[in-house]
Design a protein around this ligand. Structure first.
Ligand code: ZN
Length: 106
């Protein structure tokens, strides 16, 4: 009988302890890798798909060289206009996806 995916080692790669011990910068980079997995976390313009991007380092935003639109790693996602830190967002995702019996979104 095959093992359920949630019991496998691959499903346990995102631990709550690791998320909170690594800090905000690592959580931000992890968010980038999750958002743009094809480019290993390098930003891609969500509007035109251009990969020629300027980075606004002071505000964690990016600017597209083709359409000049500014965007962030959370633009166009449910995390846009968030007030939580990336560590807290990632921690909430970890708790939510690892609750095998389900978890209230509230
Ligand atoms: Zn663009």
């Amino acid at each position: 009988m095959a093992q359920h995916f949630l019991l496998s080692a691959a499903a346990r790669t995102l631990s709550l302890r690791a998320i909170y011990s690594e800090g905000e910068e690592v959580a931000y980079r992890r968010f980038c890798r999750l958002r743009w997995p094809d480019t290993e976390g390098a930003p891609v313009c969500p509007l035109c798909g251009c990969m020629d991007i300027y980075e606004v380092t002071t505000r964690r935003r990016f600017k597209c060289a083709a359409c000049y639109r500014q965007f962030s790693v959370t633009s166009g996602t449910i995390f846009a206009s968030r007030k939580l830190t990336f560590v807290d967002l990632l921690g909430a995702i970890c708790l939510f996806v690892n609750a095998s019996k389900g978890l209230s979104a509230v």
